[in-house]
Design a protein around this ligand. Structure first.
Ligand code: NAI
Length: 651
């Protein structure tokens, strides 16, 4: 079934964003709310946001055109009557949802899927208000829907598998990453983990163990959270989290709502919108970022703050709600944490996590911190995390800052730099892993072509600048050599390496790209060697490679001005070989990889080796001679003469 027409009920914070997202992706959208004025405001917000995205070059379609796909009505029946897909984003109150869902169910065509954007209400309970419970499910977007990558997909007891699959496909069409829960559990994955962490932090403040500022400083500065825990509570609204806490507690999750949270809620100190929450805001409604304090952060054991989240996630894993990878994806994309909750656990070590939970149990006097049996089992089996080589994940062969997908059937491998929250900035660990992955791929006979790309908005934004601060001159020299080795390793690989530049490609990122045999960039990519702007210079090989592609004067200009250039300009100067529409980048890279995978691998290896030494014509002749000793060369020549397809063996 094709979904073209979408109805969104509720045009508030989430509803207007969801409608915008659908319209931006080509769907015809009808929005409903209780008054024309609210609908008008929603249209204004959408139009403002689309225009902003357009002016920043993030979307290419004209805002007017996108807006022309949206209509509004105060009648739920009117917006649902011809919809293929309906999603409700009305307030998180059972009776409101019930009334809205009943009306949507009555008026939407039989084939339509109906979804709820609820954050915490059980899908099976909501399904009971409808006749089409098998075509109903939870689709939990995050705020703001246009930017947040995650959608939790929650099936009720009766939701059909087809509907779950269709919803996951729909999320992908919207550019989102769906995480499908195997069970309908209170708070789903993200909120369940978040409110546990938030409520514990609140209890620590309530008991006077730490201050609000200490907690927020520690989570941002030490754990890398995008916002402090209390900053987030105030930003989204203390009431939002209070209701989620209540909803999960009422449905059997062992959690005692922190009295401080209760008090703020009762006294309507709900955060930014009310001018006061955990922090004070002189201008109610105007968000002010709290000041963080590195010294305050030092006063906190950050493992104490994250361990309750690990414990909760371990319970979700034991309940088989989702795989550990899916839970980590949900945490990274839904909360913007730089690492998954299990990745944090493995880094701290399971022993330390369990000790933290015991300490919380003792200090806060609640059995809700009793370590999950899974954690105890891991301790017993010595699967205690990264140091042991095994924890939630296996570290013996695993990459943490990369992902590696091998498609043996087609003979290609896609190596993806995978720290999207850091624009794939490269750490020492990434460099080690890149080299290790290239070694692995070189030795893997079933892989014939390698594609390197990045996840998120960047190919790679260069070195993680925080690493640079610590370097002495001698260390910096070693660091530069270390960086150079990656591009050299790409050049010395006997397999073609294609780089698919999917966004920012800066500094060390560009130097990695320069090591590839072919560079394809998407239209919105930005490239440059901005090191000079940091008072340093390129150290990952740009001075040796860039001029060979673009000529000396353009290379000098790029390195000396530090200016960024767009993909088109990069294409014109020969820095990239092809520039393609954003959405076609991977298809084009894969098409080329498939074409190369068909070619005799030894010829490709010989071409690469000869090219490396460039003006070394003698080497070219020697390799040309050598290639004649291969079976493939004999078969290739023979097949050509016999006008048939060669049967290549790689020998
Ligand atoms: P909101 O209060 O901003 O918007 C709700 C909208 O629904 C309002 O415009 C209201 O006028 C409208 N409404 C109320 N009764 C209605 C009815 N009978 N018919 C049509 N429209 C009606 O709420 P928000 O924050 O957008 O939340 C909506 C849903 O999304 C809730 O279930 C919430 O749990 C969930 N959610 C909220 C997130 C957030 O960060 N705000 C994040 C993810 C999910």
């Amino acid at each position: 079934m094709e979904i073209r027409r979408v109805a969104v009920i509720g045009a508030g914070t989430m509803g207007h964003g969801i409608a915008e997202l659908f319209a931006m992706n080509g769907f015809l959208v009808s929005i409903s709310d209780i008054s024309d004025e609210i609908l008008r405001k929603a249209l204004d917000r959408i139009s403002w946001s689309i225009n902003k995205l357009y002016s920043k070059g993030r979307i290419s379609e004209s805002p007017d055109f996108i807006m022309s796909r949206i209509r509004t009505s105060v009648s739920i029946e009117e917006v649902c009557k011809d919809a293929d897909f309906v999603i409700e984003a009305v307030p998180e109150r059972m009776e409101v949802k019930k009334a809205v869902l009943e009306r949507a169910d009555m008026s939407a065509p039989k084939h339509a899927i109906i979804a709820s954007n609820t954050s915490s209400l059980p899908i099976s309970e909501l399904a009971s208000f409808m006749r089409r419970s098998e075509r109903f499910l939870g689709m939990h977007f995050f705020n703001p829907p246009v930017l947040m990558k995650l959608v939790e997909i929650v099936r009720g007891k009766e939701t059909s598998e087809d509907v779950v699959e269709a919803a996951a496909e729909l999320a992908k069409k919207l550019g989102k990453t769906p995480v499908v829960l195997r069970k309908d559990v209170p708070g789903f994955i993200v909120n369940r983990i978040l409110v546990r962490i938030m409520n514990t932090a609140c209890m620590l403040v309530h008991k006077g163990v730490h201050s609000v500022n200490e907690v927020d400083s520690a989570v941002v500065l030490k754990l890398g959270f995008p916002m402090g825990i209390f900053e987030l509570a105030d930003y989204s609204g203390v009431d939002v989290f209070y209701y989620i806490l209540k909803a999960v507690k009422e449905r059997g999750v062992d959690i005692s709502i922190c009295p401080l949270m209760e008090e703020l809620f009762q006294r309507k100190k709900l955060g930014v919108k009310k001018g006061e929450g955990f922090y004070k805001y002189p201008d109610p409604g105007k968000y002010v970022k709290p000041e963080l304090n590195p010294e305050a952060a030092q006063a906190v054991d950050e493992c104490l703050l994250i361990s309750p989240g690990v414990n909760e996630a371990a319970c979700l894993l034991m309940e088989e709600v989702a795989s550990k990878e899916d839970i980590d994806t949900a945490v990274k994309l839904g909360l913007g944490y730089p690492k998954g909750i299990f990745e944090y656990a493995d880094e701290f070590g399971i022993g330390r996590v369990v000790a933290s939970l015991m300490e919380l149990k003792e200090r806060l006097g609640s059995k809700e911190f009793a370590p999950a049996s899974l954690l105890m089992k891991m301790l017993k089996e010595n699967k205690v995390g990264k140091v042991a080589g095994q924890g939630f994940y296996d570290y013996i062969s695993r990459y943490t800052s990369l992902s590696l997908d091998k498609d043996y059937e087609r003979g290609i491998a896609i190596l993806r730099m995978n720290r999207p929250e850091k624009l794939n900035a490269v750490t020492m660990e990434t460099l080690d892993e890149l080299e290790r992955a290239l070694d692995e791929l070189d030795h893997d006979e079933k892989v014939r072509v390698i594609i390197i790309t990045g996840s998120g908005r960047a190919f790679c934004a260069g070195a993680d600048v925080s690493d640079l601060l610590k370097l002495s001159p001698f260390d910096a020299m070693k660091y530069s050599m270390r960086f150079q080795r990656v591009a050299q390793r790409m050049e010395s690989s006997l397999k073609p390496v294609i780089v698919a530049i999917n966004g920012y490609c800066l500094g060390g990122g560009m130097e990695i790209a320069l090591g590839a045999d072919v560079r394809i960039a998407c239209e919105s990519a930005k490239l440059g060697q901005p090191e000079v702007n940091l008072g340093i210079m390129p150290g990952g090989g740009a001075t040796q490679r860039l001029h060979k592609l673009v000529g000396r004067s353009k290379a000098c200009r790029l390195m000396m001005t530090g200016d960024l250039i767009g993909a088109r300009e990069a294409g014109e100067m020969g820095l990239v070989d092809e520039v393609v529409p954003d959405e076609e980048l991977m298809n084009k890279a894969v098409d080329l990889a498939l074409k190369l995978a068909e070619k005799p691998s030894l010829s490709l290896a010989a071409i690469k080796t000869a090219l490396r030494s460039e003006k070394d014509f003698a080497l070219e002749s020697s390799l040309f001679g050598l290639i004649f000793s291969t079976q493939d060369s004999r078969e290739g020549v023979k097949a050509f003469l016999e006008k048939r397809k060669a049967k290549l063996t790689g020998k």
